[in-house]
Design a protein around this ligand. Structure first.
Ligand SMILES: NC(=O)c1ccc[n+]([C@@H]2O[C@H](COP(=O)([O-])OP(=O)(O)OC[C@H]3O[C@@H](n4cnc5c(N)ncnc54)[C@H](O)[C@@H]3O)[C@@H](O)[C@H]2O)c1
Ligand SMILES: [Zn+2]
Ligand SMILES: [Zn+2]
Length: 398
């Protein structure tokens, strides 16, 4: 089959690789009909995620059709009138892999699964514990083949897919896999109270869904921060946010002004480790990152800590990989901030999000700006990384 294989920093290629096969009874094989490029894939593409090797198949946001089911895939909890998974079923698959049986999965904390990351010894050394595997997201996080391919092996298929109806287009359903639950969890972690103001850094797909979710959860105002006009425009039009272009004004100052000097009640980071900065601070972080003296550029984290109101909450969904520097921790402790964060728990949200879409309460397809054949993945990565051609979300069609 054809698959997108990482080569080296800023280079991917579409190569011919062996087809996946059933390895364990709880596996299923899915023929992929749509697979998106996520902001997290850009961190791999840019060479910022350790233990990605030349030739690894990347990608984790996907849906498709079941072609083969292992003998142990039963007792399904996979949604719309499904009792069994059968060849021909149409499914969306969350990006994090969870076993469904460990203490964390049972408590709906699927991205902390004890069992899916079988290469966890590496992560244990670095992070102190083993978290769940993610498709196509480094050997540190399990070394599973990714989803930017024609076919994929889905482990724990009895708990790790949601069956979706045949009549809606892929673009309405695909983002249940990753971007929507990430935005939704980002808002949920803010514990939004009626009347709250929520500021969201980053107007990519994750940021857009965080804004929409914040309103669903009772926020009175949502303020979006980015620098690309087309992304800010999308936030105004589809997520009904007020916007700040941080290249025109100082985002921290603007937030103070817009909230009567108080600061937002909650701040969501939908940017992550490749945050773009301005001025000397940007030069400092770019240089340290290039010299491998810090792994991540924490502009947004710093700004959120200073901008949030006293007693406010920071919800961090942007991905960080290692070490950050010059964090204003004095602000955090003295202002009594709450930090919440994590890789999203896809299986916790997939039914709820599917129902929002089926009930007509959410149409996520507005984020798609580019649909490309799988062969054009290298071009897709380039325009998404460099935000060329007003690119916000690329969907690849194998
Ligand atoms: N936690 C999870 O489970 C999970 C899941 C999916 C994605 N993510 C992460 O979410 C983040 C966003 O993903 P995406 O797909 O929306 O990516 P994206 O690249 O489309 O969006 C990132 C946005 O951040 C903006 N940005 C950069 N620096 C900024 C700054 N200083 N202030 C404000 N905005 C700034 C960029 O202009 C861009 O619009 C990534 O870090 C990704 O890895 C996390
Ligand atoms: Zn992702
Ligand atoms: Zn588990």
């Amino acid at each position: 089959m054809k698959a997108v294989c990482w080569q080296s920093a800023n280079e991917v290629r579409v190569e011919t690789v062996p087809d996946p096969t059933i390895l364990n009874p709880r596996d299923a094989i899915i023929k992929i009909t749509s697979t998106a490029i996520c902001g997290s894939d850009l961190h791999i593409y840019g060479g910022y995620i350790p233990t990605v090797q030349k030739g690894d198949i990347i990608g984790h946001e996907f849906m498709g059709e079941v072609v083969e089911v292992g003998s142990g895939v039963n007792n399904l909890k996979i949604g719309v009138d499904a009792k069994r998974l059968l060849p021909g079923d149409r499914v969306v698959v969350p990006s994090t892999i969870g076993c469904g049986h460990c203490n964390y999965c049972q408590r709906d904390m699927w991205s902390l699964c004890d069992n899916s990351n079988t290469k966890g010894w590496m992560e244990e050394k670095l992070y102190g514990n083993i978290t769940s595997a993610i498709y196509g997201y480094s050997h540190l996080l399990g070394g599973y083949a990714g989803a930017q391919a024609e076919y994929i092996r889905v482990p724990f298929a009895d708990v790790g897919v949601v069956k979706v109806p045949p009549d809606l287009p892929d673009e309405m359903l695909l983002f249940i896999s990753d971007a929507i639950p990430t935005g939704y969890m980002g808002a949920e972690l803010c514990d939004i109270q009626p009347g709250d103001t929520v500021a969201v850094w980053g107007c990519g797909a994750v940021g857009q869904f965080a804004m929409i979710s914040a309103y669903m959860m009772g926020a009175e105002r949502v303020i979006a921060i980015d620098r690309f006009p087309e992304r800010l425009e999308m936030a105004r039009k589809f997520a009904k946010a007020e916007t700040i272009n941080y290249e025109d004004v100082d985002a921290g100052e603007a937030l103070k002004e817009m909230t009567g000097g108080r600061g937002p009640d909650a701040c969501i980071d939908a940017v992550g480790l490749e945050a773009h900065g301005v001025g000397l601070e940007d030069f400092y972080d770019q240089t340290k990152q290039k010299l491998r003296l810090e792994t991540d550029r924490p502009h947004v984290l710093r700004q959120m800590m200073v901008a949030a109101r006293k007693g406010g909450t920071l919800s961090i969904m942007g991905v960080y990989g290692g070490f950050v520097d010059k964090m204003p921790f004095g602000a955090a402790i003295n202002k009594g901030l709450t930090f919440r964060m994590g890789q999203m728990h896809g299986q916790k949200y997939m039914h709820l999000l599917l129902n929002l879409i089926l009930d007509g309460k959410l149409d996520p397809s507005f984020v798609v700006t580019h649909q490309l054949p799988l062969e054009q993945a290298p071009y897709g990565y380039e325009i998404f990384q460099q935000k060329k051609d007003n690119c916000i979300k690329v969907v690849l069609k194998p």
